[in-house]
Ligand binder design. Sequence first.
Ligand code: GLY
Ligand code: MN
Ligand code: MN
Length: 459
Amino acid sequence: MFDKEIYIRRRAELKKSVKSGRILLLGNGEAPMNYRGNTYSFRQDSSFLYYVGLDTPGLMYLLDIDNDREYLLGDELTLDDIIWMGNLPSLKERAVAVGIETIVPTSKLSSLIDLNRIVHYLRPYRYRNQLILSELLSKKNDEILNGYSVELTKAVVAMRLIKSKEELMELENAGKIGYAMHIVAMKMCQPGVSEQEIAGTIEGLAIADGNRVSFPTILSMNGQTLHNHDHSGILSLGRLMLCDAGAENNNHYASDFTRTTAVGGKYSEKQKNIHNIVLEALNASIAMAKPGITYKSVHRNAYKIIFESLRDLGLVKGDTEEALNAGVPALFMPHGLGHALGLDVHDMEDLGETYVGYDDEIQRDTLFGYSSLRFGKRLQSGHVLTVEPGIYFVPQLIEKWEKEKINADFIHFKEVKKYLNFGGIRLEDDIVITDAGCRPVYEERLPVTIEEIQKIIIY
Ligand code: GLY
Ligand code: MN
Ligand code: MN
């Protein structure tokens, strides 16, 4: 938790950005895993954390803009709570710690709500919070989901997107844990070792040094599956291990790195070639990222590098601009170049990816590949983003394009099919946009060239 002045300042700024009515921020409740008393480990809502800072379940925050009052809603601990969970700080003490003077029992929430005045809330992503809003506002579930406040959403996105100094320090700490996770994964990347053992070991590091992983670890020899959570493989020579993993630190900020390593550090020519193309796309993207440039154009430039380099390898052909306009590189990289990073690994995706990544000026493309870009906006100092180009050979996608002759004029399918067992390579770094350009969130960069990676694996 930060100093209370930070939360007081954030709430004051929020109040200025929303004209009238009441703002209701719902914290999360406990979520049962298989029965009520056996819960998933608690994760507070990120916007609630940002404005209120309190990391305990069952809280709400109400800001009455019209009357200039604010309330923390929750219930004091019962003796039973204390017997089972310990003598935690009282609700009053927790409220004081974040600069809120008035606490109100949860049951009194409706008495503070005037249904004739607007109630601004963020789009709920948990059923519990949908239900609370539905009962409070006497609306059906789908009305609740569609009735979120665009004004509040835009105000929250604008504030959370620009990271402050203290947030950058937290992100750096998450980066440091993520760095350690990846070094261990690389060292363990030896033939005969199971994917599960590596995934479990690095997840343990995230828990030992921080709060948890920032998302379920992706670790597989089948890196062509973009979000592969199946860790049942046993590493074998000749294969690649794609590891996309990060930590959520104790203050809930995230890191998100990807490295792809050849098992035992032994790279084939094909693997070296593809690795070096992805690395070039990564480095060129980082070199290009600076205030004033749109991330959409950085994504397109990564596609350009991938297309032209694969053309040099004989996998594709034709004019670069025509190929880019036709979306040819999406066959090899069917995802976006990156996303905002912060309290969430895909920061604020619960509020709507388009509010986070696009605006009146920069709109999302509809073409396959480009349409998956989560963040296309013009970059500003204080944005924190991932940069994660990749090249994958997805057999089913290649088959479909060949069968349906999609972009057939640009693709040497016979050559591409020589890579059907390749898997995929993704390399992902986390950057912060500065006045001058950008810098890594955590200063030490993970080994990224083949030589650097080999030094870690072959020890
Ligand atoms: N961790 C999933 C991603 O890189 O977006
Ligand atoms: Mn990732
Ligand atoms: Mn990512």
